[in-house]
Design a protein around this ligand. Structure first.
Ligand SMILES: *Cc1c(COP(=O)(O)O)cnc(C)c1O
Length: 411
């Protein structure tokens, strides 16, 4: 057996990982053009409009709205979907907290459904068990860029008259049975923060999938203080509260250039992630993520699980040993399931108040979503990049197998 690097052996990874420039003259040219417009306001300039046109064309949708972040995109979708005071919204306990912000700002109550053990996505049977009279919407999170099982989820939503909002912040060009995620539910929400597949510094997009102009207008206004700016008219009648989540022309300009790179970025990540899974599948002690046939995962990161029954080490020991082999990694993703956050444990979203939690019977006790909790206790996250070479991928596979082999239980 090879000696682990952490015990003085030779590390698997000798050279550096592939890197590259995410921004170049393409972005600079667009930015200069934006400045030369003499306005950076989305409604007067052409950059945000062009960015959305390009995005709509790539996704085959008619309507989308630009926002200042992915969190904002999700809030806009809530507002447009009519999520309001006292509604329950079913979502995933393993996600970025940005998924939850818009729900609470609408004074609605997040309800958490459990996940599938190997896709880390919401289990349709658990979603169904969480539906009550108060349920208004489901926010599905396509975690790591792997699609949720949308057919049974859409079926549930139709039967119970619920809106479906797709959180696609980690899932650019992810496909479910051939269809792009973000176009399947009522709304699809994307983030262009600096850590996502493409970056505009910060920013987001909401697709409006009904294809109805009225729904588009509602979403558009909700991102702009409920100003209704269409054509040359501006309508300012205020019937309900809405935030200002406008994207600026600077972000739109960078977005135009970034979108041109998106297909390459995603196909490179898909190739890398799928190759890691191929190299690890069937290896004792290692449980790679499951991507169903016909689906495309675009791996915002790669996350496997350890099978503790087959290994003699703890997860932390595994992670440290893997790092010593030259492979950066992290134990799990978020430290714990979202419902263990103080905001839910204390049912206090606004200081000094238990509103809106007091309107609902939703609970947040340990054990609520046992599979999700187990995922976070056993997962190892390995960051990947579109710039990784085949050698980098082979080194990741070799290092994971080496560490697993070392700690394998032998009878
Ligand atoms: C990044 C992310 C968000 C929030 O996006 P921001 O642009 O940072 O507001 C929401 N949901 C998920 C799943 C994310 O990964």
């Amino acid at each position: 057996m090879e000696a682990l690097a952490i015990r003085g052996g030779v590390p698997v990874k000798s050279g550096p990982f592939g890197t590259g420039k995410r921004f170049g003259s393409e972005e600079a040219e667009q930015l200069l053009e934006a400045l030369e417009q003499n306005t950076l306001f989305y409604h007067f300039g052409g950059k945000v409009k062009q960015f959305l046109n390009d995005f709509n064309e790539m996704y085959g949708v008619t309507y989308s709205v630009a926002t200042s972040s992915g969190t904002a995109a999700l809030h806009v979708a809530m507002g447009a979907a009519g999520v309001t005071v006292g509604d329950e919204v079913i979502t995933s306990p393993i996600t970025d907290q940005g998924t939850l912000v818009g729900i609470l700002y609408q004074n609605a109550i997040p309800v958490f459904a459990d996940l599938e053990p190997d896709t880390y996505n919401m289990d349709p049977r658990s979603i169904e068990s969480r539906i009550t009279e108060r349920t208004k919407a489901i926010v599905v999170v396509h975690l790591t860029g792997n699609p949720c099982d949308m057919d049974p989820i859409m079926d549930l939503a139709r039967r119970h008259n619920l809106k479906v909002i797709e959180d696609c912040a980690q899932a650019y060009l992810t496909r479910y049975k051939g269809r792009l995620v973000g176009t399947i539910g009522d709304y699809g929400c994307f983030s262009t923060n600096d850590f996502k597949h493409i970056s505009t510094g910060d920013g987001g997009i909401v697709t409006v999938n009904s294809g109805e102009e009225a729904d588009y207008h509602t979403a558009h206004a909700f991102a702009d203080k409920n100003y209704r700016r269409f054509g040359t008219t501006v309508q300012r009648d205020l019937h309900a509260v809405a935030p200002n989540y406008r994207m600026t022309e600077l972000q739109g300009a960078v977005g135009i250039a970034q979108l041109k790179k998106l297909e390459w970025i995603c196909s490179s990540r898909t190739r890398t992630g799928d190759r890691i899974t191929e190299g690890l599948s069937g290896h004792p002690g290692i449980l790679p993520p499951r991507v169903d046939p016909g689906n495309v995962c675009t791996y915002w990161f790669y996350m496997l699980r350890l099978d503790g029954s087959q290994l003699t080490c703890t997860r932390d020991e595994f992670c440290e040993a893997l790092l010593a082999e030259g492979i950066p990694n992290r134990a799990g993703y978020i430290p714990d399931v979202c419902y263990m956050q103080p905001i839910f444990q204390e049912k206090q979203a606004y200081p000094g108040s238990h509103f809106p939690f007091e309107l609902s019977d939703a609970t947040y006790e340990r054990g609520l979503c046992p599979t999700a909790e187990r995922i976070l206790q056993t997962a190892v996250q390995i960051p990947i990049s579109e710039f990784y070479s085949d050698q980098d991928v082979d080194d990741i596979v070799r290092a994971v197998r080496k560490v697993a082999d070392f700690y394998l239980k032998r009878s």
